[in-house]
Design a binder for this molecule. Structure first.
Ligand code: B1M
Length: 216
């Protein structure tokens, strides 16, 4: 089992989108747990990409190719992750990456696992301004809003988004969860978010707790 997961990670690192898709299929055919394929294959590969990007070993075009490979793998894995465990809830959740930020791999993972947990997701995509979040809350009346940011320069827009939601009078109608590599629980507290989640799996737990506290 280790081999195919390592191959997924190394094909992802090399940006081999077809290779990653095929290997993910093989791993599923061998009955490897989809969560294991995600964490020990795809995310492990992306972690190495992150380290080498930081160290100047990889450059933006190569990282973009790895992102394509990640998405190719996630497309195959998605139905197996979203089969999920609850299946009956239709609570709505709006999710998006904040203004100025184009990173969407982590946000898409959170989205997939929330879908798997039974939430109906409205995905606003990336580079989403505060007004778009406010308009979408007004339109969809979700129980939960998820904000993602991957840059220290864009996490500040989480604060302005929450301020805009408060100014629009909608703050009490929705619970707000934030996440992304530079974000912390401390920061969530500072900007008035309801919770922070460190990864996609804990985002599901946090979402459940928040939605339950809103309902009770
Ligand atoms: Co970017 N980038 N990038 N990048 N990129 C980082 C984030 C960086 C840390 C790399 C580095 O220097 N080591 C660095 C940020 C430094 C900083 O601000 N402190 C960086 C930089 C600098 C940049 C550019 C400025 C580079 C440039 O142009 N000079 C530029 C900015 C573009 C922009 O957004 N305006 C840029 C561009 C890009 C690409 C387009 C090439 C590509 C993005 C492709 C895409 O997303 N479609 C890219 C990538 C791929 C990365 C790295 C390598 C990988 C990010 C990723 O997808 N990780 C990243 C380095 C790294 O993170 N190690 C890096 C895998 C993913 C599964 O993890 O996104 O952390 P992550 O999501 C996790 C958790 O954070 C959490 O759950 C997820 C799953 O477990 N989570 C949430 C995320 N959102 C959540 C929301 C929640 C809850 C949990 O609730 C709502």
């Amino acid at each position: 089992m280790g081999n195919v997961l390592q191959e997924i990670a190394s094909n992802l690192y090399d940006g081999e989108d077809k290779g990653v898709a095929g290997l993910v299929r093989n791993a599923l055919d061998s009955d490897i747990d989809p969560q294991e394929i995600l964490s020990a294959g795809l995310i492990a590969g992306m972690d190495k990409v992150g380290k080498d990007f930081k160290a100047g070993v990889l450059y933006v075009p190569e990282v973009l190719q790895t992102a394509r490979a990640m998405n190719a793998g996630m497309e195959i894995l998605r139905p197996f992750l979203v089969q999920g465990d609850s299946g009956f809830s239709v609570d709505k959740c709006i999710i998006g990456t904040v203004k100025g930020d184009l990173h969407d791999i982590g946000k898409n993972l959170v989205k997939m696992l929330l879908e798997g947990a039974g939430y109906e997701i409205v995905d606003l995509g990336t580079d989403v301004g505060s007004e778009a979040f406010v308009d979408s809350i007004r339109q969809h009346q979700p129980k939960l809003l998820g904000l993602s940011a991957m840059l220290t320069t864009t996490m500040v827009y989480m604060k302005s988004t929450i301020e805009a939601i408060t100014a629009s009078g909608l703050r009490d109608s929705v619970k707000i969860m934030i996440g992304g590599a530079p974000v912390t629980a401390e920061f969530a507290k500072q900007i008035g978010a309801d919770a922070y989640a460190s990864d996609a799996a804990s985002a599901v737990e946090v979402a459940r707790t928040l939605v339950a506290s809103a309902t009770n």
